[in-house]
Design a protein around this ligand. Structure first.
Ligand code: AKB
Length: 326
């Protein structure tokens, strides 16, 4: 039975991946670690949780040793927009954190999952049908840390034999936990706004096309890759994976199928628009499909239906704090 540590467990991916891993490998075998003292009730009630700072190497080493961890899903990361606002912090968390995770994995013989991103490319990359192996010259600190992270992961595998695997994830759409400061966040915010206000003000241009994925597909991709037959993995790390690509305008059309009066306006944020313009419109994910059987289950139509249905229920529920107040 695996013994798993999830860093960044309170984030958009971590909060859902932790629960899925607990279902698959047993609740007590998956330790969630995040910066929040009191995470959402799902996370703290379904298994062990520790508050931690990924910059604390001692904590990491001690937890891996004492809890006999053999697999680390390393999700703690600063996203693209916050990284541009606080580049030094982004370097410390994204690079410093990964380095400590890889060193700890080497010392204790752990496997590692590392999420890279469409942000690891750059304006010099072919942005349509972006190949698995291509020019990567990112011009954001987020992209630089993701690309350097991909290379560091390759290095620890080839030099030391650490079984580190990873994906280049697109924008992720989910209804459970909000994303924290990314360029693709509009594709989540828009659903909340459609249901609560009936209108949304978008910070990207109407025709900004980006790769996206619904969270259940992302969770499945991560778990599939970590279970994949070692011998079939040619790239092993930084696999392009995508499920759909769309523009804010196209997403609006889909939302209007369920909420006909929904309106969108645009107030372009130059920083986020420049980041989006340097990212792929859509990636070629054939290596992931061929090597470990990647295939998405959700497209724009089904993602929109699921998001509106789940969020309508969530927004009608009393908040956890409301319960505490009673
Ligand atoms: C972001 O927008 O920063 C992330 C990503 C695509 O890596 N969602």
């Amino acid at each position: 039975m695996k013994r798993i540590l999830v860093t960044g467990a309170t984030g958009q991916i971590g909060s859902e991946l932790t629960i899925a891993l607990r279902h698959a490998y047993g609740e007590a075998n998956v330790i969630a670690a995040g910066h929040q003292r009191r995470p959402e009730c799902d996370l703290r009630e379904s298994g062990p949780y520790c508050a931690m700072d990924i910059r604390d190497a001692e904590w990491l080493e001690q937890t891996v040793r004492e809890s006999r961890i053999d697999t680390i899903f390393h999700l703690a990361s600063v996203l693209s927009v916050v990284a541009e606002q606080r580049p030094q912090l982004a370097w410390e968390i994204n690079m410093g954190g990964l380095y400590k995770v890889l060193e700890t994995a080497l010392q204790f013989g752990c496997a590692v999952f590392f999420p890279s991103s469409i942000g690891a490319f750059g304006p010099g990359t072919p942005l349509e049908n972006t190949p698995q192996v291509t020019i990567q010259r990112p011009n954001t600190i987020y992209g630089i840390t993701k690309l350097a992270g991909e290379l560091l992961c390759d290095y620890y595998y080839h030099r030391f034999g650490v079984d580190v695997r990873g994906l280049r994830l697109p924008g992720l759409i989910s209804y459970k936990t909000l994303p924290g400061g990314g360029t693709t966040d509009y594709a989540v915010e828009i659903f909340y706004a459609a249901l609560t206000e009936g209108r949304y003000c978008c910070f990207l241009k109407p025709d900004s096309r980006l790769d996206m994925m619904y969270m259940p597909d992302a969770i499945r991709a991560i778990m599939m890759l970590m279970e994949a037959d070692d011998e079939k993995l040619i790239h092993r790390n930084a696999y392009n994976v995508t499920a759909m690509n769309f523009t804010p305008e196209e997403l609006t059309v889909q939302i209007r199928r369920s909420i006909p009066d929904f309106t969108i306006e645009y107030d372009i944020d130059p920083t986020r628009q420049a980041i989006a313009d340097s990212w792929p419109r859509y990636m070629d994910d054939s290596a992931a499909r061929a090597e470990w059987g990647w295939e998405p289950h959700y497209d724009l139509v089904t993602t929109t239906q699921e998001m509106l249905a789940h969020l309508a229920v969530k927004l009608a529920e009393p908040k956890e704090d409301d319960h505490a107040a009673r």
